[in-house]
Design a protein around this ligand. Structure first.
Ligand code: MN
Length: 273
């Protein structure tokens, strides 16, 4: 009821604005971008799988999300309505333009941090999948001066380290959420050309050229953080991280074979087939 009433009020406002400032049609068009058309069924299945896998592997809980660029139009991406990733089905997927305006929300609640995805897709044409999570093991590396470093061969994508986004630097005191385009843009700028960006006091955003990369990197980033904390907790002795040259060679060799083997396993477990 509440939502229906709010939607009614929004439409009334638009109509009034239309009368005052121009054709309502144009304003409505800005609010509701055109659809890119039907989603490739395999991509849709992989997006559902990605949501379930991140929950299954303990990378997200009720919070966190994963998106993929639309197969028909690089200026559209697909993301669930506001929902715990473990519960996501095809009916929950919403199409967005790169300003993170919904094409077909139809009154469904949206993730307030969808701007993370839209602004990264805008800044990074090479990125086709984005995850956002609050992995507890990563939090220490966003709030201290101890840099996260690649500990082992599954974390070559960390390279020489990851940037840290401090929302305070661009937006002052906030509720910590990347809840508009301006904050999303600042996050995307901090990400630069890297595979992930740590978010101070919040979590991480991870990117990849396809869903298995973004999901696989999210899983191994969390594992690497755990392994690094365990290693440092041993105390004493020198830690030998991967050399930047070793990390580069891992990336050149197809980054752990495009995560094909874990993806097959995770997907089977997540979808039960
Ligand atoms: Mn968040």
């Amino acid at each position: 009821m509440y939502l229906a009433r709010r939607e009614f009020l929004t439409r009334s406002t638009l109509l009034t604005a239309g009368i005052l400032f121009g054709p309502a049609r144009l304003i409505t068009a800005q609010q509701t971008p055109a659809s890119a058309g039907p989603i490739d069924p395999t991509l849709l299945e992989d997006l559902i799988a990605a949501n379930r896998i991140l929950a299954q592997e303990g990378i997200v809980d009720a919070f966190g999300h994963v998106s993929v660029r639309h197969n028909r139009n690089p200026n559209r991406f697909l993301l669930s309505r506001s929902l715990a990733p473990a519960l996501v089905t095809a009916a929950d997927i919403i199409e967005y333009d790169l300003d993170s305006n919904a094409v077909n929300a139809n009154g469904r609640a949206q993730y307030s941090e969808r701007f993370i995805h839209g602004e990264i897709y805008k800044a990074r044409p090479d990125v086709n999948a984005v995850t956002h999570c609050h992995s507890a093991s990563l939090i220490p590396f966003g709030v201290t001066s101890v840099p996260l470093r690649p500990m082992y061969h599954m974390a070559g994508f960390i390279g020489e380290g990851l940037p840290i986004f401090d929302i305070r630097k661009t937006a002052g005191m906030t509720d910590m959420l990347v809840s508009d385009s301006q904050k999303g843009r600042a996050l995307a700028q901090t990400l630069g050309n890297k595979t992930a960006v740590l978010m101070r006091g919040h979590g991480v955003a991870v990117v990849g050229p396809a869903l298995p990369f973004a999901v696989g990197r999210s899983v191994y980033l969390e594992l690497n953080a755990r392994v690094q904390a365990q290693t440092m907790a041993l105390g004493g002795g020198q830690i030998t991280y991967l050399d930047p040259e070793e990390a580069r060679k891992i990336m050149e060799s197809g980054e752990n074979r495009s995560y094909e083997r874990p993806w097959e396993l995770w997907k089977k477990k997540a979808l039960g087939k």
